[in-house]
Every structure is written in C-alpha cells, then in structure tokens.
Design a protein around this ligand. Structure first.
Ligand SMILES: [Fe+2]
Length: 301
C-alpha cells in the first residue's frame, strides 16, 4: 500500500467533493458502500500515515470475551460529536442497551450490557479518528426518518463504537448478527472491516431489507421483494453505511475455510444517533461527560 501523506497540501476541494458524492448516493438510496480504496484516499487527505493504518489491522488481536455472546470478542466506547463547536470527544463509560421496540430481537434485548472499554491505542489512532470524522461529515445535514425520544433539534451526535471479532470453530458458529433481520436503534449504522482469517467467500454478507420485512427472522425466511441489496466487506476498510431507521439489515454467518482452524472477522461498528430525551430506553445511560481516565478529543475537520 502506498498512501501519500497529503496533510501539508490538503486539497479541501477534492476531499469535500468526494464526501459530497458519497452523501449524494447515501441520500438517494438510504445506504451506501464505501470501498477500501475510497476510504484510504479520504484518510490520506486527512494526513493519516501508513503505520497508523497498519496498526488498525492488528487491533482485533487484543479483545476480551463479549459479555453475552460466546462466539465474539468485543470492546466498546462512546463519542460525543459537538458539531456546534467542531470537535468530537470520548465520553465516560456507559452501559449499553438495545430493546425489541427498536427492532432488535435477541435473547439479550433490553439487557444492560457492560463492555470492556476501547483501548487507547485505538482511540488515539488517527485512522480511527478519521473514520469518525468522515462519518460525521457524511451524516450531517441530511434528512432522516426520526426515531421517538431522540433530540433532532441539535446538530450533535452520539456514537457508540464497537471493536468486534467474530469467531467460528468446529463447535461454534460465529454469527455477526445472531438477531437475524434487525435495526440497531440508531440513526446511522456504519460497519467497517479491519481484517479476517480462514473465512469463506460466502461469509458475512450484509443484506439490506426494506422496513416492511419482519424483524428477528433468519435470511432464509425473508421475502425477496423486501431485499434491497446484498454486499460484502472484503478489503481492509470496506464500509457499509445505512440509515438505520429507514432500512433493516441481516448478515450471514462466518464460515471456516479450513475446519481445523478458527475463522475470524474483525470489524469496527459505529452506531450514531441523536442524544436521548426522557422516555428513551438509553436516557439514563446517555452521559456526555468526558472520559475521566482515557480522554480523547479531536476536531471534526
Ligand atoms: Fe446491525
């Protein structure tokens, strides 16, 4: 990979033209696939170095077990996008909850989940911060179908980032979306691949369904007329962005190529929504206080 560091002669025009093109597609379809090469180009305009990009590829090697899913390792962390003042920062720890009223139907729906926090190696990485900055630019100032009990009067956003590894062994099938057809209870879901090992080509395909599709069912039970698109993260930083309240999605499992070895798939998931107002399931867990021990703050542009 040969990424030029363009920080010194940052071409605002090209960078914002590229963002505008992605935004146009996103507005038109309600979802967009951003290829690895496009993301690498955008990050290069932000001055992200090769070593920072390479580091992202290894971050999945140091994850603890997930609190509720046996086939997964995970960490998470929250970021507050203060768009009126132009910066994004990490918030203090908050438990995480998704309920069935948000079209998330799984054995742990409604359960307060406490994940280990993201490592500082990740949150201080310029490539990671670039992903958040670029997402922020794409989702700002576009119309979305609002969810109940979120504050759409503000330009701010709250993003919960998950660093996930899904594992498949001979005895345990790794399901990136065990919940079947679902939404993530947010406004904009972004999924970015960091890497994978020993995974077949028909693994972890993302299917996008219209909201008429029934939540909680497996892909084999879905209706063809509700299937809008299918796409697969293949190369480092291939990304899917979905207007989460306008479309549902599902994913196929992670299958092993060689059954004697583990298969794994490493992802960053960015759940972004407006701040909660009273009545929302996450209202009591929506702090915007900065993280007391591992603070991180960076400009939106
Ligand atoms: Fe999801």
């Amino acid at each position: 990979m040969n990424i030029l560091k363009k920080e010194d002669n940052f071409d605002h025009n090209i960078f914002f033209e590229e963002i505008a093109n992605i935004k146009k597609d996103y507005i038109k379809n309600g979802f967009v696939f951003i290829s690895s090469s496009k993301f690498l180009e955008l990050l290069s305009y932000l001055g992200v170095s090769n070593s920072e990009l390479d580091f992202l590829k290894t971050i999945g090697n140091n994850l603890p077990p997930d609190p509720t899913l046996k086939f997964r390792e995970s960490r998470n962390g929250r970021f507050f996008h203060n768009n009126s003042q132009g910066f994004i920062y990490r918030t203090e720890f908050q438990p995480f909850v998704l309920s069935s009223s948000e079209d998330f139907i799984r054995h742990d729906s409604g359960q307060l989940r406490k994940f280990t926090g993201l490592s500082e190696d990740l949150t201080r990485n310029a490539a990671f911060q670039g992903l958040l900055r670029i997402k922020n630019l794409i989702i700002n100032n576009i119309s979305i179908h609002p969810r109940p009990n979120l504050n759409y009067k503000t330009s701010d956003w709250v993003t919960t980032v998950f660093n996930l590894r899904t594992l498949t062994s001979k005895d345990l099938l790794g399901e990136p979306a065990l919940e079947g057809v679902h939404s993530d209870g947010v406004d904009h879901t972004m999924t970015t691949i960091l890497g994978y090992e020993n995974m077949t080509d028909d693994s972890a395909i993302t299917h996008i369904h219209s909201n008429e599709e029934k939540s909680g069912i497996g892909f084999s039970q879905t209706k063809k007329e509700y299937l809008l698109a299918s796409m697969r993260h293949k190369n480092f930083l291939d990304t899917v962005l979905i207007k989460d309240n306008e479309h549902k999605h599902s994913l196929s499992p992670v299958y092993q190529k060689n059954e004697d070895k583990l298969a794994n798939r490493d992802m960053l998931i960015f759940f972004t929504r407006k701040p909660c107002v009273e009545g929302h399931v996450s209202f009591d867990y929506d702090s915007n206080e900065p993280h007391p021990d591992y603070p991180v703050k960076f400009n939106v542009q």
